[in-house]
Design a protein around this ligand. Sequence first.
Ligand code: ZN
Length: 138
Amino acid sequence: MKTFRKELFFQTPTRRAFINITPEVEACISESGVREGLVLVNAMHITASVFINDDESGLHHDYDKWLEKLAPHEPVSQYRHNVGEDNADAHMKRQIMGREVVVAITDGKLDFGAWEQIFYGEFDGRRRKRVLVKIIGE
Ligand code: ZN
């Protein structure tokens, strides 16, 4: 069995952002040489997510509005976590959007359903953060 591990780095200029990381994951699969297996992609921070959905800008706007309704950033004083920091909302947004995805690799490619793409969801950006890609298979 082959194994492959790589960290991807992201530093968004804004507090919140959604980035399509499918091309980076595809590049990892090519580099790994795995034709049949699984790829795990997870955020290595508790204020960021990795999730699968549609690459459609209206939907990303809708997610942002929805997450802000569930866990508004302001006022930061509404959260007990925000003693010396201001990112309680980012922890909650990450919880809703998830930590990781696992995708089948078939014939050297991501075995996706219709319109599926992999996203990095940033909820407390403006600093360098990591995503882990782990691939196992043959
Ligand atoms: Zn925090």
